[in-house]
Design a protein around this ligand. Structure first.
Ligand code: NDP
Length: 301
């Protein structure tokens, strides 16, 4: 059997970024409106610093107004809430992204709840989660939005497909499942208490893995020809014992990629798949938020 086709996140992320940049240019020219994104980073977490830098650079490259607010690791919840309240009122800012995780002493739920749902470009406010669950226009979490773009680009119409989502987090699993349901798939959500997970996965035309366990999904759990979307990002030692001994690590997904390629019809690589879509979709959400806040959502792409 031939190998699965690779779903190249780079190509699709670039396409989303280009479309956003074109639309930002049009909004600036026709409506004197420059979409604005504010990113908040609390503390010094190394990975978060990299993500925040990339979000700032990419929003600027798309022609957006972009600001990054950095608070010290020992900032109080009141300080954070005050900053969010100011950004909620700031007419130049249409999207607010609070980089997670927050330092342990800060109440993440309270901070997310303080962001205006209209500016919640990470789609994590309960109002947006509720709107999504009700099938109403919502700001949709970026990674699930990216998964759907990849699926539609690969399969076109998803109606009637059997979809299995492994993982039920608020950030990924649940919203992906809601979106698949909206796309008229028949959806199963699996999690750590699911029985016979391999059998459940074997029924999937579309298999989305959002678990956080390296290479957990085996090739023989995959229906031949299925589309496999691997959201997982796991850092593991190199297979090569010399490199591993030197402490070198690499990123792998939740799917046993090499073996899965022999069975699946299409598959996303890690890195180079879903991860690249996440920031592109953040830009798209900021654009959507800016249009909705200015009554321009009728011409939403
Ligand atoms: P969470 O830890 O919040 O959720 C993991 C989910 O997987 C839970 O629902 C859990 O079930 C389930 N799970 C854990 N172990 C098993 C198991 N053995 N069998 C079946 N289900 C299991 O993770 P996230 O959803 O935030 O992230 C998932 C992965 O996606 C991570 O690797 C993360 O790094 C990556 N990620 C990637 C992004 C990207 O841009 N590419 C963005 C966000 C996340 P239960 O609820 O029962 O505990």
């Amino acid at each position: 059997m031939s190998q699965a086709q690779i779903i190249d996140g780079k190509v699709y992320a670039e396409r989303v970024r280009d479309e956003v940049a074109r639309e930002v240019a049009r909004l600036r020219a026709d409506h004197d409106l420059q979409p604005g994104l504010a990113v908040i980073l609390v503390g010094e977490d190394a990975a978060s610093q990299v993500y925040v830098r990339s979000k700032g650079e990419q929003s600027l490259a798309a022609g957006m107004h972009s600001v990054t607010h950095r608070l010290p690791a020992d900032a109080s919840l009141d300080e954070l809430l005050l900053l969010i309240a100011g950004l909620n009122e700031d007419p130049r800012i249409h999207g607010i992204l609070l980089q997670l995780p927050l330092p342990g002493h800060l109440d993440q739920r309270a901070a997310l709840a303080a962001i205006s749902p209209e500016k919640d470009v990470d789609g994590l406010h309960v109002v947006n989660a509720g709107r999504l669950a009700n099938g109403e226009p919502a700001l949709i979490p970026c990674t699930p939005l990216g998964c759907m773009i990849l699926l539609r680009e690969t399969l076109g119409d998803l109606t009637g497909k059997t979809a299995v989502v492994v993982g039920r987090s608020v950030l990924v699993g649940r919203p992906v499942a809601q979106l698949l349901l909206q796309a008229d798939c028949t959806v199963t959500i699996a999690h750590s208490r699911t029985r016979n997970l391999a059998d459940v996965c074997r029924g999937a035309d579309i298999l989305v893995a959002a678990v956080g366990r390296p290479r957990m999904i085996k090739a023989d759990w995959i229906k031949p020809g299925a589309v496999v979307i691997d959201v997982g990002v796991n850092r593991v030692p190199f297979d090569d014992p010399e490199k591993a001994a030197a402490g070198r690590t690499k990123l792998v997904g939740d799917v046993d990629y090499k073996a899965a390629r022999e069975v699946a019809g299409w598959i996303t690589p890690v890195p180079g798949g879903v991860g690249l879509m996440t920031v592109a979709c953040l830009l798209q959400n900021t654009l959507t938020a800016a249009k909705r806040q200015n009554g321009l959502d009728r011409d939403l792409a």
